[in-house]
Design a protein around this ligand. Structure first.
Ligand code: GTP
Ligand code: MG
Length: 197
């Protein structure tokens, strides 16, 4: 699949009022700062489409993008951002729960983890939540450009152990140099065609 058109549709604090129901959706989740918005920009080859930031906690709302006039890509707010208070955490939890319960059009979730770090409890919880809900997901190991090619497979071992996935199911990705872009696009294409990845 190639992304020919990409546009920002809306930001919302809750999913309930989203008027764009009906089109298939792919959602992106992961820890704050892991590279969700950067991945969206790289997939679309549009630098400023999703706002990115070196400061964690940039994306606080559910951001919706329309790709190829045919499906929605959803940038979900990151978790595990240390500076948010209890109230903000509760708001985040409610927003995510609402989203996953209501998004009947959700075809697959891309769950992002930093290739350099072991998954956190939040990552583990998110993946087991998706598994329990029966929502298909693909683990993406981001920032692959930060380590050498040879070191990547080794780095995947603890990630796979923690998230209960096989190394060949994980996509190594870099929004800096485009590593893994084609693989992610293939995954999206299959998900939208409802084929197993
Ligand atoms: N080297 C490198 N840096 C990356 C990569 N992806 C993201 N970054 C950097 O990591 C920082 C966070 O990226 P974002 O895309 O804003 O992260 P996010 O997951 O959307 O963060 P929140 O919106 O806070 O949840 C930015 O400084 C990016 O430039 C990558 O593949 N390689
Ligand atoms: Mg973001």
């Amino acid at each position: 699949m190639e992304i020919k058109r990409a546009e920002f549709i809306t930001s919302m604090a809750s999913y309930g009022a989203f008027p764009g129901r009906g089109l298939d959706q792919i959602a992106v989740v992961g820890k704050s700062n892991v590279g969700k918005s950067s991945l969206i920009n790289r997939l679309c080859n549009r630098r400023g489409l999703a706002r990115t930031s070196a400061t964690p906690g940039k994306t606080r709302l559910i951001n919706v993008f329309l790709l190829n006039d045919s499906f929605h890509l959803i940038d979900l707010p990151g978790y595990g951002y240390a500076k948010v208070d209890k109230q903000e955490k509760a708001r985040w939890g409610g927003m995510m729960q609402d989203y996953f319960q209501q998004a009947g059009e959700l075809r697959r979730v891309l769950t992002l983890v930093d290739i350099r770090h072991e998954p956190t409890q939040d990552d583990i919880q998110m993946n087991s939540f998706l598994r329990q809900m029966g929502i298909p997901f693909t683990v993406i190991a981001t920032k692959a450009d930060k380590i050498s090619r040879g070191a990547r497979q080794k780095q995947l071992a603890p990630i796979c152990r923690a998230l209960l996935v096989q190394p060949w199911e994980v996509i190594c990705f870099s929004s800096e140099d485009g590593t893994g872009r084609e693989q992610v696009l293939d995954t999206l294409e299959k998900a939208l065609a409802s084929e197993p990845a």
